[in-house]
Write a protein that binds this ligand. Structure first.
Ligand code: IPM
Ligand code: SF4
Length: 756
């Protein structure tokens, strides 16, 4: 339900309300986006859409672009350009396409030759691009990371990336408010990663669906910004699109001197701090759900299975199906044990590890590397560990770590010291696990095949991963390192001011863009074979694995749909439903377990379903980003939470009979036209589907409202109009200039020619 707009408000309510450009009667809101981060995987189709419609990027001064997912993490000593450096064809194409797009649209870009390059969720905060009270989006589910600053930050799909690029706004609705309070004190050896893994174990991967989580309590207040980012980062693993922490002195301290934050001590800084200080939940504000956790109950926590909710304390044992009451969980446990090659009852500390990965947007910040180095110092990686990698989150993190001598600590112990990128977090680059290899990983997802086909991932904190590297097995950091008080050191800050250039944009451009387009074929009624899928928590990595995300097109992904389930050694698996008889022509998917489409924001998941021929998915519940992404592609996700009705539909599907989804009357019927169940759909979404409308076209009709909002924003929060190297000369009430940032010479800021 929408949150109350009057009376005491939550932090989320405040930030959301401050960004509403327009609200419709059915609760559909157009919100302004302050900060847009872009990377190579989820943007090519968005830029292509802009080009096809002759649209420009509305606010280059609020947009920051980098490459992170595909790039190799090998030494860049001889780096000249991405085209020569990246060997794998599809990865190279995706990166060079991004470089062309930033050039064509005049965006600020941190390429591989720039020491500010890094994982998109590490560089935003590092540069002060992420600020309290802002709305931050990126075509990436871990955008939730930025909520650590009291920003409303969430992942979006590629169609929404295009929408934001074109309009600097997004169509959305109010989320529910969820509060997770962690009080007391954390025992020695327990870190924010343990806290968040513990929380996901408690609430489950669908626990936060439809909600924004506010993390609070004395434990959260005591965490550094890095630690808060690790927690908000994994809100998405708890099903929430966003996590937030109210900004406080720790936040302000972190922001001082960041290149894109207001200048410390200036009138603007003081104004900003006074606004930021108001961003807290009012006494008496209502939350839709609340969870209380006592910090002292948390033990270093690791995952044992193939979902982030499959966690146990390191002192525990591998669970078995009998440990769960829910039938879905019993079935998932059985499958996960088989996949992970584990036997119930085995002590976690007996599990032998092959590889160690310390990196990712969850845990590749300077504090993470310091924590790992503290464990490693003076020790050696165990003989059975085939590979132990440290992948800093950005060039600046790497530089800082090197200045502290951490690289030496790691390399002396036998770790590889790599260049910044996503790396083995999802293995879109060459850093992957071989089949059946077991990895102690500081990343955030342990889905099947996530780090490499048939690879086995155990999630944990940097200190725990470092301990596993030294011991050769999963191990308890508390038994291997003498606890000492955590000393909070400053994070690296670099004040880099860059020159910019101008390029005009005219009123005519707006008129051209104001066209309302019809992009998807209208959806009214769909009748066809429905395939039954009897699974819970189907993640988007399972719907389409990472190797297929390297395309720069939306089409042709049907063969990749459910790839790991549909094929074994590249041959069709006859047991998988879509390989059987009539189901090869399915138009509808009936999923019997909850939380379909959890995990990543990849719009490739609906694209693959659509390309296969599936236009409608029926399930008891969906993950938020996937749910959104389907609508943007003229597809219909239908929630049927009534178990009896869902089973009736599944029975039709199991019998190979057709099912009819009648959107006009909002009913699901059997092949004879008998109603099985009615369903709900938001009015605005239905309108767009039935009429095949392009919502960018619709939003552009709100131009005057967007301009009015921007003018007010400039008065109230002037620091949000591209500052520092993002500064643009503004023309009238709108944007815009387009100036790429000159290359920095990996360490030295120069006025050298542009990277391209
Ligand atoms: C590639 C991108 C869409 C994806 C995400 O949204 O999370 C990736 O970052 C991931 O972690 O799976
Ligand atoms: S989760 Fe992994 S792949 Fe996704 S953005 Fe973070 S580091 Fe990159």
């Amino acid at each position: 339900m929408p949150s109350a707009e009057s009376g005491p408000r939550t932090l989320y309510d405040k930030v959301f309300s401050d960004h509403v450009v327009n609200e419709q009667e059915d609760g559909t809101c157009l919100i302004y986006i302050d900060r847009h981060l872009v990377h190579e995987v989820t943007s090519p189709q968005a830029f292509e859409g802009l080009k096809n419609a002759s649209r420009k990027v509305r606010r280059p001064d609020c947009t920051l672009v980098t490459v992170d997912h595909n790039i190799p993490t090998t030494s860049r000593k001889n780096f000249k350009n991405a085209a020569d450096f990246i060997k794998e064809n599809d990865s190279r194409l995706q990166c060079t396409t991004l470089e062309e797009n930033v050039k064509d649209f005049g965006l600020t870009y941190f390429g591989m030759g720039d020491k500010r390059q890094g994982i998109v969720h590490i560089i935003g905060p590092e540069q002060g691009f992420t600020l309290p009270g802002t709305t931050v989006v990126c075509g990436d589910s871990h955008t939730s990371t930025h909520g650590a600053f009291g920003a409303l930050a969430f992942g979006i799909g590629t169609s929404e990336v295009e929408h934001v690029l074109a309009t600097q706004t997004l169509i959305t609705r109010r989320s529910k408010n969820m509060r997770i309070q962690v009080d007391g004190e954390l025992p020695a050896g327990v870190t924010s990663k343990d806290v968040v893994l513990h929380i996901i174990g408690v609430i489950g991967t669908a626990g936060g669906n439809g909600a924004v989580i506010e993390f609070c309590g004395s434990v959260i207040r005591g965490l550094s910004m890095e630690a808060r980012m690790s927690m908000c980062n994994m809100s998405i693993e708890g099903g929430a699109r966003a996590g937030m922490v109210a900004p406080d002195e720790v936040t302000f301290e972190y922001l001082k001197g960041r290149p894109l934050a207001p200048k410390y001590g200036s009138a603007e800084w003081n104004k900003a701090v006074s606004y930021w200080s108001s961003l807290k939940t009012d006494e008496g504000a209502k939350f839709d759900s609340e969870v209380f956790i006592d910090g002292k109950d948390i033990i270093p926590t690791i995952s044992w299975g193939t979902s982030p909710q499959d966690v146990v304390p390191i002192s525990g044992v591998v669970p078995g199906p009998d440990d769960f009451e829910d039938e879905n969980r019993k079935a998932s446990c059985k499958r996960a044990l088989e996949y992970m090659g584990l036997v119930p009852g085995t002590p976690m500390k007996d599990v032998v590890v092959d590889k160690v990965f310390i990196g990712s947007c969850t845990n590749a910040r300077i504090e993470d590397l310091r924590a790992a180095a503290k464990v490693v110092k003076g020790r050696k990686v165990a003989a059975n560990i085939k590979r132990a990698m440290i992948v800093p989150g950005s060039g600046l993190v790497k530089e800082q770590a090197e200045s502290e001598g951490l690289d030496k600590v790691f390399t002396d112990a036998g770790f590889e010291w790599r260049e910044a990128g996503c790396s083995m977090c999802l293995g879109m680059n060459p850093d992957i696990l071989s089949p059946k290899e077991r990895c102690a990983s500081t990343s955030n997802r342990n889905f099947e095949g996530r780090q490499g086909a048939q690879g086995r991932t155990h999630l944990m904190s940097p200190a725990m991963a470092a301990t596993a590297a030294i011991v050769g097995k999963l191990a308890d950091v508390r038994e291997h390192v003498v606890a000492s008080p955590v000393v909070r050191k400053a994070s690296p800050k670099i004040d880099v001011q860059q020159p910019v250039a101008d390029s005009p944009q005219t009123e005519d451009d707006f008129d051209r863009r104001r066209r309302q387009e019809h992009r998807s074929p209208p959806f009214t009624t769909l009748k066809g074979i429905a395939a039954p899928l009897e699974r819970a928590n189907v993640d988007t990595d399972a719907i389409i694995p990472k190797q297929f995300l390297k395309t720069i097109k939306r089409t042709g992904l049907g063969t990749a749909l459910f790839y790991e389930l549909r094929y074994t050694d590249d041959k069709e698996n006859p047991d998988f439903v879509l390989n059987q008889g009539v189901y090869r022509n399915s138009k509808i998917l009936v999923v019997t377990g909850p939380n379909f489409g959890c995990g990543s924001s990849r719009e490739h998941a609906p694209w693959a379903l659509l390309d296969f021929g599936i236009k409608c998915i029926i399930a008891p519940s969906f993950a938020d980003i996937f749910f959104n992404n389907t609508f943007k592609n003229g597809m219909l996700p239908v929630v049927v939470s009534d178990e009896v009705a869902l089973q009736k539909i599944a029975d039709e599907a199991r019998a190979g009979r057709e099912v009819e989804v009648d959107l006009i009357n909002q009913e699901i019927k059997d092949a004879q036209g008998n109603k099985i169940v009615a369903f709900e759909v938001e009015e605005f979404r239905k309108h767009c589907l039935v009429n095949g409308l392009d919502d960018i076209g619709l939003t552009l009709q709100m131009e005057s409202k967007i301009r009015t909002f921007e003018a007010k924003r400039t008065l109230d929060t002037p620091w949000l109009d591209g500052s520092g190297y993002l500064r643009r000369d503004r023309r009238g009430a709108t944007m815009v200039e387009a100036a790429p940032v000159p290359k920095t010479n990996r360490g030295e800021v120069t006025n050298e020619p542009l990277e391209w």
